[in-house]
Write a protein that binds this ligand. Structure first.
Ligand code: CP
Length: 328
């Protein structure tokens, strides 16, 4: 894949080679993210960071990643503070904002809206999550985390067993991650959810065509040899009413007792965050916070590295990062 000038809209754009390219550059970003080194490779460049749906990690880590490469960030958060609220089209917004920016990161509540925006943009657009559809940068950071966590235990991605649990219908992170994992060999998927919130057929078809083993269940049992348990939040914002989401909240919890009963001692625990910590939901209990297998904050840290790598690649400066080092 030629990254320079490309939009990053879906994980379907990648193959194993392009994923390895991104991960190799993410590895090189470690000393800059840790503030051990400094680079000005994107000095003078501007990121348009457009978030039309709530976000903490994705929005701030996009901005942090750009700053760490020496660039500046301009933000719009919330539909109500944008001219989209006055009826402006995504195309017009894209034409205008792309002349103010060198690259744009965008989140939007509607599936397909980021791709629609990209059609009007004259600079690369990176999808920060579009409705229940995709979250490609989250999937990359999740896969990067999985590789690192499994390597620590002496395993690779091929042949692993992952349990995905919770709202698999509306959770865009599990859609994108499943599509990425489909590119590897002989993965076992156990998909645990209420029947009404099962993984969409479009994703199941990709896994079936790639020959992976998939078990679909509404029971937490049967996961005792999982290498990864990937928990998700009930995506209340995608339901017609909050009351509808209440029907499923709190039904598929993971806490210390359930983890010990159903998973082997070194199963890696992941969650894209935010976790819903309200008592009625609490899908990932704080009593797991001291468990060394809890990788949720390592995931969030890896998000900066992956987003630095994507900026370096889409702006064509990946080979110049070290050349533009400056004093810390
Ligand atoms: N994981 C994730 O997308 O988190 P935010 O909604 O906080 O960006």
């Amino acid at each position: 894949m030629n990254f320079t000038g490309s939009n990053i809209l879906s994980v379907d754009q990648f193959d194993i080679d392009s994923i390895q390219t991104i991960f190799a550059i993410a590895d090189r970003m470690q000393p800059y993210a840790r503030r051990q080194k400094r680079t000005k490779v994107l000095d003078g460049a501007i990121l348009g960071n457009l978030f039309f749906e709530p976000s903490t990690r994705t929005r701030v880590s996009f901005g942090t990643a750009f700053n760490l490469l020496g660039g500046e960030v301009r933000e719009t958060t919330g539909m109500e503070s944008s001219a989209l609220a006055k009826g402006e089209s995504l195309y017009d917004t894209a034409r205008v904002l792309s002349s103010y920016s060198d690259v744009i990161a965008m989140r939007h509540p509607k599936s397909g809206a980021v791709a629609e925006f990209a059609e009007g943009s004259r600079v690369p657009v990176i999808n920060g999550g579009d409705g229940a559809n995709e979250h490609p940068t989250q999937a990359l950071l999740d896969l990067y985390t999985i590789k690192k966590e499994l390597a620590y235990h002496g395993h690779g991605v091929d042949g692993m067993h992952i349990c995905m649990m919770g709202d698999l219908k509306f959770g865009r992170t599990v859609h994108s991650l499943s599509r990425l994992l489909a590119m590897y060999k002989d993965i076992r998927f156990t998909l645990i959810s209420p029947r009404e919130l099962a993984m969409p057929d479009s994703v199941l078809d990709v896994l079936a065509k790639a020959g992976h083993r998939v078990t679909i269940t509404d029971q937490v049992s049967g996961s005792s040899d999982a290498d990864i348990v990937y928990q998700t939040r009930i995506q209340q914002e995608r339901f017609t009413t909050p009351q509808e989401a209440d029907l499923y909240r709190g039904k598929f919890r993971l806490n210390s007792e359930i983890y010990t009963k159903h998973y082997k001692p070194n199963t890696v625990i992941m969650h894209p965050l935010p976790r819903d910590s309200r008592a009625e939901a609490n899908e990932l209990d704080n009593d797991l916070n001291q468990n060394p297998n809890l990788a949720i904050f390592r995931q969030a840290d890896n998000g900066v590295l992956i987003r630095m790598a994507l900026f370096a690649l889409t702006l064509g400066v990946a080979e110049q990062v070290e050349k533009y080092e400056c004093d810390v």
